[in-house]
Design a protein around this ligand. Structure first.
Ligand code: PHB
Length: 396
């Protein structure tokens, strides 16, 4: 009898505890939304784009810290994969984060070939994907999807801007050089389109496989072709080496070198004298004097003891976009339609200036003309105001 009483008493206590806990918890599905928000960072942390991946990661985390270390009240759990800028490993890497780690959102990456594979996995699994760099035009064109967003750019944007500027400067002939993959092809394609529409002629399109950096034979060919200007797409470690090799070959004195701004972004410390005076086009410049950029740069330097670059801006904006979406649904990722709507209509205060997205979820932003002065990519003009992509077959 005593034993029975004890059982009942224990059961009663248990019921009371469960009942009290139930009162403290919101109903039904909202329970899961109280847990940590799982963020998968799939970025390059080794290879020629290693510094770019690190910069994006640091700035993403900075934006979250500035938001109180949480997003819409939820703590963050990061899952990180080094994608090595290797498209062949991309499906497996993305699936690790989605299927094994069950991330709520995937953030990545730098390399267009890897991003194209990520976008396919994201579409197939309906995972929310935010791209903080890779510019593959198709991702926000024919392959656009409601769950895929980009806070960086599309590859052709900077070529389009620089082709226009070079035609306006009355350059008649150009040679292009790039790594042979989506990013380089599209960057050069944009340049060719507007340079030739403005009366210039691309007399030779040179390329080498990613991420090779044996530039000597290409420099010899450029010297013999003697174009009015050379337009290139290189980034990260490859950009550092190319700019130094171009200077060492004595070419800048006779054949001006221009490029998409990645040529001189995050690289000036290493390029030093060789980069001085180079003109590039990009959606960001170090000295942009707006309150957000000034605050962002100060906070980044304080946190990481290095100056931020364009990759940091894009990583920061990826977090800002996620925060805007999550706030609208009070952290409930199951409200996908509302989340997407809020991200689509977000007006972000980016260090680059005001940032909005077009129908394909790609940024609409000013493209600046920049000139390297010392350790700075100084903005010397706006090459194209409010550049947005043509529809390119996006059905959203
Ligand atoms: C790309 O592959 O899309 C890419 C990589 C590095 C950059 C820019 C674009 O700096």
């Amino acid at each position: 009898m005593k034993q029975m009483r004890n059982v009942f008493r224990r059961a009663g206590v248990l019921a009371a505890v469960v009942g009290a806990a139930a009162l403290l918890l919101p109903a039904g599905g909202a329970l899961a939304q109280q847990g940590k928000l799982k963020v998968g960072l799939m970025l390059p942390y080794t290879g020629t784009f290693a510094a770019l991946g690190t910069s994006i990661t640091n700035a993403f985390k900075l934006a979250v810290e500035e938001n109180g270390g949480k997003i819409a009240g939820r703590e963050i759990e990061y899952f990180t994969v080094d994608d090595e800028s290797d498209p062949a490993k991309a499906p497996e890497n993305a699936n690790k984060l989605i299927k094994r780690d069950q991330v709520d959102v995937l953030v990545g990456t730098v390399h267009s070939g890897v991003a194209l594979a990520m976008a396919k996995v994201a579409r197939d699994t309906n995972t929310l994907l935010i791209i903080p760099n890779a510019g593959a035009d198709d991702i926000t064109g024919p392959l656009c999807a409601s769950n895929i967003f980009r806070t960086s750019f599309s590859n052709s944007q900077f070529g389009i801007a620089m082709g226009k500027v070079m035609a306006e400067q009355k350059k008649k002939t150009a040679v292009t050089l790039t790594w042979k993959y989506a990013a380089g092809d599209e960057s050069v394609g944009g340049f060719k389109e507007t340079f030739e529409a403005g009366g210039g002629k691309v007399i030779k399109e040179l390329s080498l496989p990613f991420p090779q950096v044996e530039f000597q034979s290409y420099l010899t060919e450029i010297a013999s072709l003697k174009p009015d200007v050379v337009y290139v797409f290189f980034a990260g470690g490859g950009a550092v080496k190319f700019v130094k090799d171009y200077a060492a070959a004595g070419l800048p004195k006779t054949i001006p070198l221009v490029g998409a701004g990645f040529l001189t972004d995050g690289t000036l410390e290493a390029q030093g004298e060789a980069a001085q005076g180079l003109l590039t086009t990009l959606h960001y410049g170090d000295g942009l004097n707006n309150p957000k950029n000034n605050a962002f740069r100060a906070a980044f330097v304080k946190a990481y003891k290095v100056e931020p670059d364009v990759y940091a801006v894009q990583g920061y904006d990826a977090a800002q976009l996620l925060i805007a979406g999550m706030n609208a649904v009070k952290g409930d990722t199951t409200k996908r339609a509302e989340l997407v709507k809020a991200m689509e209509t977000a007006k972000l205060d980016s260090p680059r200036g005001p940032l909005a997205l077009n129908k394909g979820h790609n940024p609409i932003h000013d493209i600046y003309l920049r000139k390297v002065e010392g350790k700075e990519n100084k903005v010397i003009g706006v090459a194209v105001k409010n550049l947005t992509d043509p529809p390119r077959g996006c059905k959203l």
